[in-house]
Ligand binder design. Structure first.
Ligand SMILES: *Cc1c(COP(=O)(O)O)cnc(C)c1O
Length: 375
């Protein structure tokens, strides 16, 4: 019998470096194929917001799977309008359009910005990540993953993150939108200065450009509010969301301010906002809603527990810079039953389920501190 590793090596394109097989999850824990148990601070990269296989989410998925799995957006889709209403209200913005992923959500935002402004140029930030589709990749900074595919057809300039003066000099009357992460996730939890998001708003308004806030990682309660922009005093024109929205059933989407919307035929998707994703999303929404009041305090618990490592935290989006030791810290943690993630090569990123318990945080903090001391 070939092992999973053998089959993967022979039949799956080697785009991912991996060596571990996770076969089961419950709450904040996962088990690998050899029976080892791990406390999971990766959570499918901020996707398993309600933990693994939350009973309410699993039940909603199973129930919907017995009723209707797919019908197409040619018809009203069960749960779709109801979930859109909840997301619209939670974001205090306007209408929703669903996608199947974060990258696709950003592509929808890019299309809506082009359509609305009649402009074609975009501005993003150094070390921003917006996805891997052709459009979203054009706005993703990391040269190693973008440049081999250029030209991508969506012209985008990258300005230093957190620097409003620099931004002013690249946003022009040709800019369709500034697309940004309110906290940079993939590069390792970089939190910008407080005036950054309001400053982007002003610069966009002066140039007639749209402000597109990529909440794919920061959204759905991750930072202690429904969306990270809500820590600021301003509202974007469009936000994108995905990761935490349906507990791991593929789903993403955009929410735009009132009056900003696709008209008939301007955008579409076969699978997006399907019955199972919406059922999972509705169940996830309720679980997040009840967990949300405690997310900020849980983040503070990580921050104070990891104080010796100079952590950056907003809610349960936590990171610290570990330099070259980052991979060794992750390895040590794994050997001691804890999954954490290295982001941007030198940063450790912690994005646990929002339902993580205080004793689990204390346990994780103990292992991470021990790892940092011993590697
Ligand atoms: C993960 C991520 C994306 C891409 O989402 P996919 O579902 O992988 O396409 C886009 N933007 C941000 C900020 C992300 O963290």
């Amino acid at each position: 019998m070939p092992t999973t590793k053998d089959l993967d090596a022979k039949y799956y394109m080697p785009a991912f470096g991996r060596n571990m097989e996770i076969v089961r999850g419950k709450g904040s824990h996962v088990w690998d194929s050899t029976g080892n148990k791990y406390l999971d601070l990766v959570a499918g990269i901020a996707v398993c917001s309600t933990g693994h296989c939350h009973p309410a989410v699993t039940a909603a998925i199973c129930k919907q799977a017995q009723m209707l799995i797919h019908c197409s957006n040619l018809y009203y889709v069960p749960g779709q309008a109801e979930l859109a209403a909840k997301l619209s209200k939670a974001s205090e913005l306007g209408k929703v359009f669903f996608s199947n992923s974060g990258a696709e959500a950003n592509d929808a935002a890019i299309k809506l910005a082009i359509r609305h402004t009649g402009r074609h140029e975009f501005v993003s930030f150094e070390h921003d990540f917006h996805g891997r589709t052709v459009g979203s990749l054009a706005c993703t900074h990391k040269p190693a993953i973008r440049e081999p595919f250029e030209p991508l057809g969506v012209p985008c300039k990258f300005s230093p993150y957190g620097d409003l003066e620099a931004l002013k000099s690249v946003v022009t009357k040709k800019t369709a939108a500034v697309i940004f992460e309110p906290i940079q996730g993939e590069t390792g939890v970089i939190i910008p200065p407080e005036d950054f998001i309001p400053g982007i708003r002003d610069i966009c308004d002066d140039a007639g450009a749209l402000m597109v806030c990529d909440e794919v990682q920061t959204g759905m309660g991750r930072t202690g509010k429904w969306f990270a922009f809500q820590h600021s005093s301003v509202k974007p024109d469009i936000i994108s969301f995905a990761k935490g929205v349906a507990s791991g059933i593929p789903m993403g989407g955009i929410i735009a301010r009132d009056g900003l919307e696709f008209t008939a035929g301007e955008h579409g998707s076969t699978f997006a906002g399907g019955p199972i994703a919406c059922a999972a999303g509705l169940a996830t929404f309720d679980v997040i809603k009840s967990a949300l009041p405690r997310v900020a305090a849980k983040g503070e618990r990580f921050r104070s527990g990891l104080a010796g490592l100079n952590p950056r935290a907003r809610g349960l989006m936590v990171g610290f810079t570990a330099g070259e030791k980052a991979p060794a810290i992750a390895d040590y943690c794994r050997e001691h039953g804890l999954l954490i993630n290295v982001a941007g090569g030198v940063n450790v990123r912690l994005v646990p389920p929002l339902i993580i318990e205080n004793r689990e945080i204390d346990q994780a903090v103990g292992i991470i501190n021990e790892a940092a001391d011993s590697v």
